[in-house]
Design a protein around this ligand. Structure first.
Ligand SMILES: NC(=O)C1=CN([C@@H]2O[C@H](COP(=O)(O)OP(=O)(O)OC[C@H]3O[C@@H](n4cnc5c(N)ncnc54)[C@H](OP(=O)(O)O)[C@@H]3O)[C@@H](O)[C@H]2O)C=CC1
Ligand SMILES: O=C(O)C1=N[C@H](C(=O)O)C[C@H](O)C1
Length: 238
């Protein structure tokens, strides 16, 4: 496939390596310095774009692709207040849009187990649930997109729990999320259920960015000849 990489930072470079290994051609790499070149790409010269940039730029990049007939796989986090708008643009243009807060297959299994555990734990309300995420110090958004997906999965399966708060310093009926930024940590997510007597934890720890890149390239391959808005549950049948 002819792939356009929008965002050429830590993920963009990992994607370039992975996609090339899988036999794809990188037709362009876009970052802040050459963003004006994005307008030279359309569905005529690109089979799919993979977008990993920044919360402030993701929506415009995704919209550009959808309006110009480029199927787009987006991994940027921290911009989902505009997700409904992006969906509407996709529908209006009969485009193809794939979004995941986390493309790692392991994390998506973790999401699945998280939902199962939340369903079980609603019968044991003396356990207090909380979520913790740890990332590298360059990460700009807080909490991580993955932590928000984890909370969504808990809420959908544990009706008593509504909303989240970042590091509340007192008891609350919302789910507490703690975000730590440490060194070069790639991405660690922990769901904890704690009672007076014991603790249950479910954890995912990414060892490198390869798992994210692999999932995003798989999504671009899977998106070929499809129209609509998709996510990892569609691709992995989870
Ligand atoms: N869904 C998932 O599985 C994953 C999601 N992410 C998310 O992906 C995003 C990128 O992560 P990461 O690669 O680590 O970040 P980096 O900061 O390493 O890279 C971001 C890149 O985006 C570029 N950029 C910033 N603004 C624009 C713009 N307007 N148009 C084009 N490019 C732009 C930057 O350019 P420049 O260098 O010139 O500033 C840089 O090349 C983040 O939102 C992160 O949370 C990360 C990993 C996995
Ligand atoms: O910024 C990162 O690095 C990551 N961001 C994503 C998130 O916000 O969940 C996914 C992954 O954890 C790495």
């Amino acid at each position: 496939m002819r792939l356009l990489l929008i965002g050429y930072g830590k993920m963009g470079r990992t994607l370039e390596q992975l996609a090339t290994q899988r036999g794809h051609e990188i037709v362009g790499t876009i970052d802040v310095t050459n963003h004006h070149l994005l307008s030279t790409f359309t569905g005529a010269n690109v089979d799919a774009a993979i977008e990993f940039t920044h919360p402030e730029s993701a929506f415009n990049n995704v919209s550009y692709c959808l309006r110009n007939n480029i199927p787009v796989v987006c991994g940027s986090t921290g911009w989902l207040d505009r997700f409904a708008e992006a969906t509407a643009i996709c529908e209006a243009n009969q485009g193809a849009f794939f979004y995941a807060s986390n493309y790692s297959v392991g994390v998506n299994l973790f999401f699945h187990f998280n939902e199962y555990v939340a369903r079980k734990m609603q019968d044991y309300p003396h356990f207090q649930v909380s979520v913790k995420e740890i990332h590298h110090t360059q990460k700009v958004d807080k909490p991580s997109g993955t932590a928000i997906t984890v909370v969504d999965g808990i809420q959908a399966n544990y009706p008593g729990k509504q909303g989240w708060l970042l590091a509340p310093d007192q008891a609350t009926d919302k789910i507490s999320i703690t975000s730590d930024r440490i060194g070069n940590v790639v991405g660690t997510h922990i769901v904890r259920y704690e009672s007076e007597n014991d603790t249950i934890e479910l954890m995912h720890d990414a060892h490198s960015r390869t798992g994210f890149a692999e999932g995003a390239v798989m999504a671009a391959e899977w998106l070929q000849n499809k129209k609509g808005v998709f996510g990892m549950k569609d691709m992995l049948n989870l």
